[in-house]
Design a protein around this ligand. Sequence first.
Ligand SMILES: Cc1ncc(COP(=O)(O)O)c(C=O)c1O
Length: 487
Amino acid sequence: MEGVLASLQAFRVDDLATHGGRTWAYVYETGRPDIEEIAEKAYTAFLGLNGLDFTVFPSLLRVETEVVAMAAAHLGGDESVVGSFTSGGTESIILAVKAARDRFRRLRSAAPDAANASGVHHTSGSRRPNIVAPVTAHAAFHKAAHYLDVELVLVPVDPITYKADPTAMAAAITADTMMLVGSAVSYAHGVADPIRELGRLALDRDLLLHVDGCIGGFLLPYFRRLGAETTDFDFTVPGVTSISMDFHKYGYAPKGASVVLYREAALRREQFFVCADWPGYTVVNSTVQSSKSGGALAATWALLHYLGDEGYLQLAGEVLDATRRLVSGLRDIPEIQVMGKPECSLVAFTSESLNVFHLIDEMRELGWYVQPQLGNRGSKENVHLSVDPASRGAVDGLLEALRECVERVRGMGPALPVEVHRVIASFDPTTAGPESVGALFEAIGVRDGRLPARMAPVNEAMNMLPPAVTEEILKDFVNDLFVHRSA
Ligand SMILES: Cc1ncc(COP(=O)(O)O)c(C=O)c1O
């Protein structure tokens, strides 16, 4: 047994560090071993239970309803707010979209003409519904739309604040719109959309409004209590009909922990899937997954009780302090510009004079992981930083490293030669065969399915290619990456 476990441990040699405060994306580190210990113990205690059937594991039902009630109370919900525990923000968002879609279909088939306020004639409930969202809405909405055959209408955001523009969103609403989306906060820039105005719009036009609180849902109420200026976004805002909130981010739970909440049970009902029409056991799924462990759920419950409101408030204070010091330090570096006005714990910065992709590589060389974000839909390519309690002790070191890297990349030009830029600019996915994709990979340094140590050429290429082309290329890349490998 020891040998097997040691092998697994050894596989991690090239992994990004999950501890030590130098990883500024993917992980939400508290720096507190006691928090990890209780989460792991609770996780293993419920690991073998199966959420496939909560009637035979009433402990799961109890723990989930208690976690959901705590989440609802945290987000200003009364007793009529209900929800489900899910595996993550993406699943929470997919479920909110499914609930909206099935409600739309039901309303349309019940009253095809009455449901249509714009005068366009609908004769059946078969029209494809749409969601109107700011371009900054998380990619999980693209995924939900893709899986659920719903149209996603993306609306530009304010170019300075990166916040949703309610007037532009109102103009994008059609007779087939079922739902509006706002973030509190957006992943890309860490800013909250004007949820009150979106709520008014939703009520005016009789639409659902989902607030993506995956990042800010848990943290913003604490930030507010700590005196920070925050946007209203929860169930106290009229018009908000559902909210997603992750525990595996600022609740510090192990991955696989989120919640989707609804203002009323009638909407959540549309999220469920039931199948009594096959010869096996009757399937009653409240979420996307069928068989599922109770581990992450139990760990979440344990943390909520162990840390309690005071414990989380203290951790939020550490995040707020680190974020403020980070933003003020970044503003002191003339070569970089903080994007928008970060309202929570996520910060993006760009540069007019430096190649940010080089900057990211240089930071990696110095042992810091900061995340690249490509230029897209009015947002220039930039560097993303997620702050957590462990950042508090690391922020000065990060800023020092950044200042050094700014010096290092000053004068560095594009990561790719001009000829390659030319190849990329003329790359046509409709005519490109595998050879030209292979040649492109070679040119940007991707060989034998392996990424280069310095990622600037790859990021630069993706930044230039149309997103739809990048997406196709990435599918091929991943298809090659996961290959049969014998132990
Ligand atoms: C605002 C927001 N929404 C949704 C998600 C998706 O969450 P997950 O990765 O847990 O599926 C994220 C992830 O970072 C996010 O920041």
